[in-house]
Design a protein around this ligand. Sequence first.
Ligand SMILES: NC(=O)c1ccc[n+]([C@@H]2O[C@H](COP(=O)([O-])OP(=O)(O)OC[C@H]3O[C@@H](n4cnc5c(N)ncnc54)[C@H](OP(=O)(O)O)[C@@H]3O)[C@@H](O)[C@H]2O)c1
Length: 305
Amino acid sequence: MKSILITGANGGLGKECARQLALQAGTERIYLACRNEERAKAAKLALEESTGKSVFEIVLMDVSNLNSVRSAVESLDEPVAALVMNAGGMGGKNFGDKTVDGVLQLFAVNVLGHVVLAEELLKAKKLTKMALYAGSEAARGVPKMGMKRPELKTSSVNEFESICDGSFFGKKIDPMVAYGPVKYMAALWMSSIARKYPDIRFVTMSPGGTSGTGVMNDLPPFMKFMFTHVGLRLMPMFGLMHKLEEGAKRYVDGLNDESYKSGVFYGSKKSVLTGPTIDQGTIFDDLNNKTFQDNANEAIHRFIK
Ligand SMILES: NC(=O)c1ccc[n+]([C@@H]2O[C@H](COP(=O)([O-])OP(=O)(O)OC[C@H]3O[C@@H](n4cnc5c(N)ncnc54)[C@H](OP(=O)(O)O)[C@@H]3O)[C@@H](O)[C@H]2O)c1
């Protein structure tokens, strides 16, 4: 890929993906789309030092702020071949707050901003080959991690809307519970948009359980303690955790290897979070339901003015 734009590229998987792509022949430009200028500059410098390449360019973008996303798209002076929608995670300390657009911060960061980003790029003819979304096996449930498969009653547009605004989760929102349904909706949206743009490849790819990132930093203290002091030691033994390089390599494979099909969500096999990737629709059939895909897409668009 000649040029790639990666959101959340100043740390974790986004930065490692940028590093791996920079070392590939043919990569001319990598846009590091980040919300914080200082952190972006530090990442750019570190990436230049570690790769010996000067292909990195900073684009300031807060994916939870739609105006910021739109301005960033306008600021691009030429199209990108690929988009990596990686920013996200647990939504920060204010994951349960509503944004000005009426969605949970957790939803804004993981989904809404990326929907606007991809669609604005396509509208402006600034995306030419493919879009990759950072999915999560939480979207089909991870029983070993206590993460239940999303259980929807009707999968109607209204029910999906309630995931976006958080009412689906009741009064007290647990980010570990909300994360799966949010990532599930993103995968459904990717399958829906893939049918609308047959010339662009849309791949949802979970990096798998990946250590060395900040994804758990904003969890409540006890959960964070358990995760960092107990989980990180045990998880690799149960096939639930691999290294940062391996997680980011899944993105790179998804970008380079055209056998990853458009509209499909790839992630780990049923009871693990590492190893080879498979179509997650073989584990959770609802992911294949075109009506659910389009209902999720319609619900998301209720929040985009
Ligand atoms: N690690 C895993 O095990 C795992 C598993 C499955 C899926 N994932 C997914 O992989 C993606 C990357 O996660 P990670 O593990 O690399 O986490 P991470 O180390 O916390 O990185 C997240 C990145 O997203 C950025 N970001 C957060 N909110 C943003 C916003 N509003 N606008 C722009 N950038 C924003 C962060 O920037 P700041 O430095 O400014 O906060 C950071 O660069 C996430 O979508 C996550 O859900 C991770």
